[in-house]
Each structure stands twice: as structure tokens, then as C-alpha cells.
Design a protein around this ligand. Structure first.
Ligand code: SF4
Ligand code: SF4
Length: 115
């Protein structure tokens, strides 16, 4: 399951550089599949929608940092535990029940992003 950031976030920015998939963005900033990944050209999102790697998507949150579920792999394939949760000073990086995924699915997502 992807990790999400709750509105208890204090905008310290500590998590953003720790994410191996560049899945974390400052509130209000648009996200792209290509940011920090090897994705080029067409990419099918978890919703089934096809996007372009360079297409800018609406921010998930405006006032606090956010995680885009399409890029979060719970750090599978890189680290033993979610790095955002490990560094967050207020423990506001928590599992997102809306995105239940197996380890195999998370690893597949990681492979799709880092060919
Ligand atoms: S769990 Fe890992 S991959 Fe997901 S947002 Fe946090 S640091 Fe990034
Ligand atoms: S580390 Fe925690 S408090 Fe700091 S920006 Fe990330 S989610 Fe927000």
C-alpha cells in the first residue's frame, strides 16, 4: 500500500530528498512521472489512464507536502522501510488504505519506473 502524508505535516521538507522515486512533492506543485524516474513516453497509471511521462498532474495537496500514489512503492527494492516515515519528525507519513498493493505489485511498479 502506498504511503500518504496527513494534514499534520509541518512542511519541514525532510522527507522529499529521501524518496527514491521522487514521489513526494511540496504542496501546490504539479507532479510528473518523469521527475526522478527513468519513465519516458507513455505510461499507464494505476487508474488505467495513459499519461505521458512529461505530463504535469494536479497536486494532491496544496497546503502540505504530498505523496503521489502512482510513484510510491513503500521504498520496496530500495530500502527496508518507508524512508519518508523514517525521517518525518511528526509521524505523519502513514499507510494509505485506498491503495492496497502486494510487495510483488510494489516491486513491479518500481521496475516500471526504473528500467
Ligand atoms: S514510502 Fe518510500 S517511495 Fe513511498 S513516498 Fe515514502 S520515501 Fe517515497
Ligand atoms: S518529513 Fe513529515 S512533516 Fe516534514 S514535510 Fe515530510 S511529511 Fe511533512
Amino acid at each position: 500500500m502506498a504511503i500518504k502524508i496527513t494534514d499534520e505535516c509541518i512542511n519541514c521538507g525532510a522527507c522529499e530528498p529521501e524518496c527514491p522515486n521522487n514521489a513526494i512533492y511540496e504542496g501546490g506543485i504539479e507532479w510528473k512521472m518523469a521527475d526522478g524516474t527513468g519513465v519516458k513516453g507513455e505510461y499507464v497509471l494505476m487508474s488505467g489512464t495513459t499519461t505521458d511521462a512529461q505530463e504535469a498532474h494536479e497536486p494532491v495537496a496544496v497546503d502540505v507536502y504530498y505523496i503521489t500514489p502512482d510513484k510510491c512503492t513503500e521504498c520496496q527494492g530500495f530500502h527496508e522501510e518507508p524512508q519518508c516515515a523514517a525521517v518525518c519528525p511528526v509521524d505523519c507519513c502513514v499507510p494509505d488504505e485506498l491503495y492496497e498493493e502486494t510487495v510483488e505489485q510494489l516491486l513491479e511498479k518500481k521496475e516500471k519506473m526504473h528500467l
